[in-house]
Every structure is written in structure tokens, then in C-alpha cells.
Design a protein around this ligand. Structure first.
Ligand SMILES: Nc1ncnc2c1ncn2[C@@H]1O[C@H](COP(=O)(O)OP(=O)(O)OP(=O)(O)O)[C@@H](O)[C@H]1O
Ligand SMILES: [Mg+2]
Length: 338
């Protein structure tokens, strides 16, 4: 297993800067998640770690050794690609077994059989082993691709949205399995997703990526509770964090604050009328959510009454100061006022 360090990595494609001066230190045995929207540079970062792309500037280190100019085969990373890439003329068995039979590894045939079966069972594709890879559904192909990575014992697993083509139940099941495999093997995993549930349940630490630049690195808890910027605050949490105008907090607010943000689970709710009240837009006991509006600003609360509130009825919100986060005009987080 291995630690991974990216030092000042920049990668451009023509006039697009896919990765910008990236500094990242991923620990040996860490489950590290890159979370960001489409085009943020997630796949490019994985490809740079694997050695499929070379950086314009900067260095890639594994276990402290500079591997920037080392060929992919010698970096020993198992890659699960975003678009599953199987050998169509081979069976499922042979696809999964492929890395074990490479000249670099030459595994004993009985051992190959044992390992392939074990992985196939884990991924629920044991009944498909004799099929051609082309005779599978998309979700099955993706599981074969995951199997081909898991069958090895590489230094690093690089996984690019490996569960995105699976249905919700299977995704949940495999999420648990992947975490278990990682914990058992102590593997270093760099895992790309734009699904925040996946990110927060799998990650030891998350890097929030935006336009090729890292916005923040931390545990899911740190990113959720202590975001450095409004942008990061809005990346995690469903329903999303409330962003309220600073004028609502006169006196109790940071003098430079332009926005005050508070998580829906921290917004307290009471019956109310009069000037400070909000109009209910949606109230769902199932979703455990009340959405109400005042002067064009929507507020979401996860504190519920015993009974549903009719749309149009009046409620009051209370925003406990200890849960409020303050941001300046540019979205930078400000220290809480004392
Ligand atoms: N081979 C390439 N040639 C030109 N531009 C590229 C190439 N690969 C990536 N890019 C550009 O670099 C940027 C980052 O791409 P990347 O594939 O890393 O994003 P991503 O975060 O993986 O997005 P997605 O979630 O859509 O997969 C994008 O603007 C993309 O268009
Ligand atoms: Mg991608």
C-alpha cells in the first residue's frame, strides 16, 4: 500500500486548465474522496496519479518516491474507469482474471480461480462468469470492471464514479462492500464521485474540487460543520444549507458578514404570526422538512411539529447563534462574533 503526494500539479488541455497547482497528501490506507461537479478535474486528477497523463508542472510521489516519470504499469494502481472498459471478446471470468495473468504477475491457475470466484460473489455476478462481457447489462459490466480492480492487491485503488451506473439498492450494497474490502485490506483508495452521500459515507477525508482547484480538504464532519467558504458549505448537506441575508441578524452578526448560513436541522420552528413570520410552502412529514418563505427568501427546517402544516400557514423560525456560519461578500468564512 502507499501514500500519495501531489506537489504543485498543473495540467492543461489547450486553453483549459483541468488541474491547477494542486497540493494533496493522501495517507497510506486512507479512503480519500474527490468530490466536485462535472468538469472539476476529478478524472484528470486520477489519471495523473495513475500516470496515464503527465503533468505540465509539479510532481507525483508514492511513498515519498518521485514517480512523475514512471510508467503506469510500474505505479501499480488498479483503476476503475468512469466508462467501463472491458475486453468484449473475453468472458466475465477472463475479464476479472486478466490482471492476475499479466506477465508482471503470473498467478497460479488455481489461485486465479479462487480469487475470481471470491470477487464475483462479493459483486453478485457469480452466475455470469461464463458469459461474454458484451452480453451484460450496464450495471453488470461496471461490477465486472470493479471486480477486475479488486482481484488484484495493488498499492492504490483509483475509482472513478464506479457506482454511478447501478440502481439505488445495489449502489448502497456495494458501497458497504467497498468500504469493507478497503478496511480489511488496508488499501489506499482515491475515489471520485459527485454524490455527496457516497462521499460522506465512504470517506476518511474529502477534497472538494472546483474548476481544477481544491477548495478544502477535511473529514466529512469538518467539511460539513466547518466549511471555509459558502461554496463548500453548499456542497454538502441535503436539503442544502440555508443562506440568509445578514440584515436579518442585525446586532448578533459579524460586521463584515454578507450572508449567514445555517443547516436545516439547526433551524428551530414555532407557530407564529405577525411581522416576523414566514409562509409555509411545503411541509412533509415523510421528508421531515418544512419550507417557508419571507420576502423572497426560502428557509428550510428539519424541526417538525407532530402534525403537518398547511401551505400558506404562518410559522416562525429561530436561528440559534451557535449554529450560524458567517460569510463575507466573496463567500469567505468569517470567525463567529463574540
Ligand atoms: N483529453 C482532454 N482534452 C481536452 N480537454 C480535456 C481532456 N480531458 C479533460 N479535459 C477538460 O478538463 C476539464 C476537467 O475534466 P475532467 O474529466 O477531469 O472532469 P471531471 O471532474 O472528471 O468531470 P465529470 O464529473 O464530468 O467526469 C474539463 O473542462 C474537460 O473538458
Ligand atoms: Mg470524470
Amino acid at each position: 500500500m502507499a501514500s500519495i503526494t501531489l506537489q504543485g500539479i498543473t495540467k492543461t488541455f489547450g486553453d483549459v486548465t483541468a488541474v491547477r497547482q494542486m497540493e494533496l497528501a493522501i495517507g497510506d490506507g486512507e479512503f480519500f474522496v474527490l468530490l466536485g461537479p462535472s468538469g472539476a478535474g476529478k478524472t484528470t486528477t486520477l489519471r495523473l496519479i495513475a500516470g496515464i497523463e503527465g503533468p505540465d508542472h509539479g510532481r507525483v510521489l508514492m511513498n515519498g518516491d518521485d514517480v512523475t516519470n514512471v510508467a503506469p504499469a510500474h505505479r501499480d494502481c488498479a483503476f476503475v474507469f468512469q466508462q467501463y472498459s472491458l475486453y468484449p471478446h473475453l468472458t466475465v471470468f477472463d475479464n476479472i482474471a486478466f490482471p492476475l495473468r499479466s506477465p508482471l504477475r503470473r498467478t497460479d491457475p488455481a489461485e486465479v480461480k479462487r480469487r475470481v470466484r471470491e470477487v464475483a460473489e462479493l459483486l453478485h455476478i457469480e452466475s455470469k462468469l461464463e458469459r461474454k462481457a458484451t452480453a451484460l447489462s450496464g450495471g453488470e459490466m461496471q461490477r465486472v470492471a470493479i471486480g477486475r480492480a479488486l482481484v488484484r492487491e495493488p498499492r492504490v485503488f483509483l475509482m472513478d464514479e464506479p457506482l454511478s451506473s447501478l440502481d439505488a439498492r445495489l449502489r448502497e450494497e456495494l458501497r458497504v462492500e467497498l468500504k469493507r474490502v478497503q478496511q480489511r485490506s488496508g488499501a489506499t483508495v482515491v475515489y471520485v464521485t459527485h454524490d455527496q452521500v457516497e462521499a460522506t459515507t465512504l470517506a476518511d477525508r474529502i477534497a472538494i474540487l472546483e474548476a481544477g482547484a481544491i477548495q478544502q480538504v477535511g473529514t466529512p464532519q469538518q467539511i460539513y460543520r466547518e466549511p471555509d467558504s459558502l461554496h463548500v458549505a453548499q456542497r454538502l448537506g441535503s436539503p442544502a444549507i440555508n443562506v440568509l441575508p445578514a440584515e436579518w441578524f442585525e446586532g448578533s452578526c459579524h460586521p463584515l458578514a454578507a450572508h449567514v448560513a445555517i443547516r436545516p436541522e439547526d433551524v428551530e420552528l414555532s407557530h407564529g404570526n405577525g411581522q416576523a413570520s414566514f409562509q409555509v410552502i411545503e411541509c412533509s412529514l415523510v421528508k421531515h422538512l418544512v419550507v417557508a418563505e419571507r420576502a423572497g427568501v426560502e428557509v428550510r427546517s428539519r424541526r417538525m411539529f407532530e402534525h403537518a402544516l398547511a401551505p400558506g400557514s404562518a410559522v416562525r423560525f429561530h436561528f440559534p447563534p451557535q449554529h450560524c456560519l458567517f460569510f463575507d461578500q466573496s463567500g469567505r468564512r468569517l470567525a463567529a462574533p463574540h
